[in-house]
Design a protein around this ligand. Structure first.
Ligand SMILES: Cc1cc2nc3c(=O)[nH]c(=O)nc-3n(C[C@H](O)[C@H](O)[C@H](O)COP(=O)(O)OP(=O)(O)OC[C@H]3O[C@@H](n4cnc5c(N)ncnc54)[C@H](O)[C@@H]3O)c2cc1C
Length: 489
């Protein structure tokens, strides 16, 4: 699949989507499946924003029960069922244990009550209903858990996915269906006539050229950048306004056998997760106010110390120190602005906001509910366009699974990555930089295999495919290594 910048200015589109995270990708796929002519531009790589930096859960979000947000939990449970059906190769059931300790503020009885409600809101159609376990049984299942003061545990199911892969596959499917999707193509401004946008100005960061894209409708799926994109228009309209928060994860050697763990942090009572990830565990997440540069959010010392202390208390015999951290990753949540001071208590709901006649912005939302959000956004766009299209089909049409058969030299054992995966990423998946392959087409960068040694091997495979000169290959390596080092504690 080629990056073809000329395809953007050759046609008149029904919809131009700005942002190649999961919301933009979801909108592009939905609109293309309905028969609309769609283009999508992403200023960096697809999924390089929040959509590769989440906890990677497709979940009902049981902790929103505490905020009495039953509607959001009900919707998320429904979406969890739909996504398991349309993408079973990517959205997989994940059993959780939630251990309860004597000194925590949450009792076993209260958790059981919450989990009964969780099952009920899933219409009892989750993988299995929750179960209560004695302390002895919980320790049989996960022997490394702290036994000190353990009262018992609740076992329940949610789902896990690879967020970057899921998003990139949406882009690839949209392109296969006829959408023009470009990474490294930034929206830089709009051409407006009165209260209507007539074209968008975009800059191709690879070929260093600019062009104008004409479309009837524009959809701002800029995630945490949504306000910046809107600020490029002359419209005041209904402000989108965000209260962004930062979320950090640590990648540690595998801590559990078969389960993810949800637990209450000792310091502040927040719910944290330990999530299995191949030979590793993802531990997160923090949730703190963020007013910094959206393009360079990273883990601070305080974030690392907080997560490490909490996970060490839960797994007292695990040798956990900063040296054990393979890497960290950090995302910024685009949360709707609110008066609630605690970041964790802020709503994960979304709004679709119209500016002028033909710009819609998606504000807030969760990965889990992206499909429903995309459906509502395309419905709104179709309404404004006053066209008749086929109905939304994303709840039925399977997401294709185009993984290549492994051949060639093996580049890494954990995770297993073959040279053929890298070739496929460059030739079929629009990978442009070393970081694209290390971080999002493969997940090498979420393991110790993300270090310089393997990065160098990967760059040697990529260089002839992408026509890199020795200087360009060196520059690619340096850029990747700089980011890799920034994510080390
Ligand atoms: C730490 C953390 C953990 C999370 N865990 C979960 C979870 O387990 N489950 C869940 O359901 N949700 C989770 N979420 C929420 C979820 O990740 C987000 O809701 C989702 O990824 C948002 O996707 P998006 O497309 O709106 O944003 P993004 O993925 O950030 O995409 C926006 C894109 O717009 C692009 N862009 C910006 N400006 C321009 C421009 N001028 N031109 C072109 N492109 C532009 C950006 O480069 C970016 O790629 C988590 C979030 C965080 C931060």
């Amino acid at each position: 699949m080629n990056r073809d910048i000329s395809a953007l200015s050759d046609q008149y589109f029904d919809i131009l989507v700005i942002g190649g995270g999961i919301f933009g990708a979801g909108v592009a796929r939905d609109a293309t499946l309905r028969g609309l002519r769609v283009a999508l531009v992403e200023k960096l790589d697809f999924a390089s924003g929040t959509s590769s930096r989440s906890s990677k859960l497709i979940h009902g979000g049981f902790r929103y029960l505490e905020q009495r947000n039953f509607k959001l939990v009900f919707e998320a449970c429904r979406e969890r069922r739909i996504l398991q059906r349309v993408a079973p190769h990517l959205v997989r059931p994940l059993p959780f244990l939630f251990p309860i300790y004597k000194d925590g503020s949450l009792s076993l009885a209260k958790l059981r009550l919450g989990m009964t409600l969780y099952d009920w809101l899933a219409l009892y159609r989750n993988i299995a209903p929750h179960r209560t376990l004695s302390a002895k049984r919980a320790l049989e299942m996960e022997p490394s858990l702290s036994s000190h003061g353990l009262r018992g545990a609740v076992m329940f199911y949610d789902c896990q996915e690879d967020d970057a892969r899921f998003c990139v596959d949406h882009i690839l499917h949209s392109a296969e269906l006829g959408a023009v999707c470009l990474n490294y193509c930034a929206l830089t401004g709009f051409v407006t006539r009165e209260d209507r946008i007539v074209a968008a100005r975009v800059r191709d960061e690879v070929g260093s050229c600019t062009s104008e894209v004409t479309a009837r409708m524009f959809i701002n799926a800029g995630g945490p950048w949504v306000d910046k994109v809107r600020a490029l228009t002359p419209f005041d309209g209904d402000a989108t306004r965000l209260s962004p928060t930062k979320g950090v994860h640590l990648v540690l050697p595998r801590l559990t056998q078969d389960h993810a763990i949800a637990f209450q942090a000792r310091r502040d009572g927040r719910v944290l997760f330990v999530i299995p990830w191949g030979d590793y565990s993802l531990v997160g997440t923090t949730d703190t106010e963020f007013h910094g540069d959206l393009d360079s959010a990273h883990a601070e010392r305080a974030d690392v110390e907080y997560l490490l202390a909490e996970v060490q208390a839960l797994f007292p015999d695990a040798p956990l120190s900063e040296a054990e951290i393979a890497t960290t990753f950090t995302g910024v949540r685009s949360l709707l602005a609110s008066d609630i001071t605690s970041p964790s208590a802020r709503s994960r709901e979304h709004r679709i906001v119209q500016h002028g006649r033909n710009l819609l912005s998606i504000v807030g939302g969760k990965y889990t509910t992206y499909r429903a959000i995309a459906q509502q956004t395309v419905d709104a766009a179709v309404n404004l366009l006053k066209v008749t299209t086929q109905p939304c089909r994303t709840a039925e049409v399977p997401l294709p699974n185009h993984r290549p058969a492994p051949t060639g030299e093996k580049i890494s054992e954990s995770p297993i990555v073959w040279a053929s995966d890298i070739v496929h990423a460059c030739e079929e998946e629009m990978a442009v930089t070393l970081g694209d392959v290390m971080r999002r087409r493969t997940r090498l960068a979420l393991s110790r295999a993300g270090g310089p040694e393997i990065a160098l091997q990967v760059s040697h495979v990529m260089a002839p495919l992408l026509g890199w000169s020795p200087d360009e290959e060196h520059a690619q390596f340096e850029r990747y290594a700089e980011e890799w080092n920034r994510n080390l504690p």
